[in-house]
Design a protein around this ligand. Sequence first.
Ligand SMILES: NC(=O)c1ccc[n+]([C@@H]2O[C@H](COP(=O)([O-])OP(=O)(O)OC[C@H]3O[C@@H](n4cnc5c(N)ncnc54)[C@H](OP(=O)(O)O)[C@@H]3O)[C@@H](O)[C@H]2O)c1
Length: 332
Amino acid sequence: MFNDKSILITGGTGSFGKCYTETLLKHYSPRKIIIYSRDELKQFEMQQEFNAPCMRYFIGDVRDKERLTQAMQGVDYVIHAAALKQVPAAEYNPMECIKTNIHGAENVIHAALANDVEKVIALSTDKAANPINLYGATKLASDKLFVAANNMSGGHPTCFSVVRYGNVVGSRGSVVPFFRKLINEGAESLPITDPRMTRFWITLQQGVDFVLKNFARMQGGEIFVPKIPSVKITDLAEAMAPGIAHEIVGIRPGEKLDEIMCPSDDSHLTLEFDDHYVIRPTITFTSRSNNFATNNLGETGSPVKQGFEYNSGNNADFLSPQEITSFNQSAE
Ligand SMILES: NC(=O)c1ccc[n+]([C@@H]2O[C@H](COP(=O)([O-])OP(=O)(O)OC[C@H]3O[C@@H](n4cnc5c(N)ncnc54)[C@H](OP(=O)(O)O)[C@@H]3O)[C@@H](O)[C@H]2O)c1
């Protein structure tokens, strides 16, 4: 479905954007892939790696609606990946996080509508479900904007959906590179915030493949959540450095013991499919389908039990330390 299409990726120089670009170039023949981000050095470096004739590099900020509107001319699909995503930085610079993650989302929506873009998928995070930090709260607001945008599209064909997933193994600033650095430096123990802590676990490639698939599935208004395994943080430490001591350092501000992807308060809206969940919109769309039980690929989902919560702590699928090792190797 991406052959001969023009695709714009906000935050295209980030971990997700690069893997998405690589996958598109490997399996499809897009007309254009437009990388939209701020830093010229990251774009220059990406250009050395990805210089196919269909590649376009646009310097721009998602806070700049005019520039986004110009960049989306003739675009068929948009993936909105640009975000400020470090929890402590968001707490310390709240308005910067709000401007990028919320105002930026609003600008992406307006630019997509102005250009009659066919489909837009915005990336969300487990931290947006019952958020306790500003990063999560801004991503929840962004999710709400994208879902509601389906009611703004009026005569426009544009459909907006959200993909929400958890910790990407090895992404910038995450626990795997942090532990690896300490191990390489000869640390005798690894810092564990809380031995009860669990996280969802997904590779970048799995995240990319899930987003690609959802372009075919989406009708507009869904929050797509993949079924993925969980890990215990102590098992991760054991997998990366067997036998190493654990130093309990205490939970950090804005952190949860377990992450949630489908909150129990949304259970009346949640549908279970074979390999994913869909959280339906809380609002009704006036000019498009409100039946999310059958998606555009003909896959069918059924309502979950009232009170069901998809939580990294109650997940039926936990990786053992051995499985974490091979999972992490597959992510490299
Ligand atoms: N990594 C994870 O574990 C994870 C998990 C769940 C969801 N997500 C979501 O996935 C998305 C992508 O994450 P990632 O890991 O690829 O992030 P990343 O590696 O930090 O990349 C972020 C990208 O956004 C760009 N960007 C930041 N602010 C911008 C702005 N104001 N205007 C335009 N571009 C901007 C950055 O480039 P410049 O700095 O050059 O602008 C960079 O290209 C995010 O929405 C994140 O919330 C990530």
